[in-house]
Design a protein around this ligand. Sequence first.
Ligand SMILES: Nc1ncnc2c1ncn2[C@@H]1O[C@H](COP(=O)(O)OP(=O)(O)OP(=O)(O)O)[C@@H](O)[C@H]1O
Ligand SMILES: N[C@@H](CCO)C(=O)O
Length: 321
Amino acid sequence: MAVFTPLSDAQVADFLGSFDAGSLVSLEGVAGGTENSTFFVTTDQRELVLTLFEQGEHEELPFFVELLDYLDEHRLPVPGPVHDRDGIALHSLAGKPSLLFPRLPGRHPMAPNLEQCRVLGDTLGHMHVVSQHFPGHRPNPRDLNWLMAMHHRTLVYLSPEDQALMKDEVEIYQGVFGDAPPLPQGALHGDLFRDNTLFEGDRLGGIIDFYNGCTGDLLFDLAIVINDWATGPDGRLDAERHDIILSAYQARRPLDDTEREVWPTMLRMTALRYWLSRLLVVYVDPPAHDLTPHDPGRFHTILTARLNHGALPLPEASTTA
Ligand SMILES: Nc1ncnc2c1ncn2[C@@H]1O[C@H](COP(=O)(O)OP(=O)(O)OP(=O)(O)O)[C@@H](O)[C@H]1O
Ligand SMILES: N[C@@H](CCO)C(=O)O
């Protein structure tokens, strides 16, 4: 379950009073998610999602609201926060910061078909074209600087081989990214896994959970997507899903020469980013709740597959994906 702070019907009915969103009909805690409390709220006018922020940097919340507002204004399929009659989105409920969103249709595509992959690549490309002009600023909190600072904390829990793997990799990334010209920048989703999208058949209902959103290398976002959406059970890349996502993406935003050059390293660095973040959750800073943490081993498998088999050739940019 992911309701860490229960709410009564009366609390939510009162909360809805400041919005033009109708009167409460029903309230249901949402089982998914691990970080925040999420509720489906039905009013006599619409279906909504209410999120209470349980952890994280609350001072970062205005950035997420601005980013979602911006993407929503540019017609990207994201849940634009609902603003109250005074134009305010961010409220406090049960002592926690809270946001109200439209409820988007669909389910998480855990075994995405090729059309869903194409739509995702197209939408991410579109999002990155738009997000290059987003005026907000929040440096990527999981970038190479974070890897360099944090990886030491997990070494004691690793085998000697894995310690060497992690240290060597971080050193290689420093060399590659330290020497490369700057990569194209913009706002990123920062965690665009399959379970942060909703599909109704082949139609993308929306991209959710922007709480890793930040500004930085657009290629970082694309590599996270390929590692999650286009990887088989053995950690190796699935050529069909890989090619269709990247072709659709590049029809919107072709990768430049530097991005193409550092791509194999970016795939490895974003795999290590999740290996490390999951190790930190399991060993170093476990959450108070007893939800099963994500498996760090999955991203160890992906990282070693990228090392042993390299990246696949990038499709050329075309305008017909
Ligand atoms: N706008 C929305 N429309 C429909 N469903 C939503 C929406 N927002 C969230 N959900 C549902 O609530 C679940 C939890 O939401 P979310 O992913 O934001 O929570 P979280 O605790 O931050 O999760 P995570 O563990 O992925 O970080 C989602 O998996 C999805 O099923
Ligand atoms: N998507 C993340 C969890 C939420 O940040 C992971 O799979 O480790």
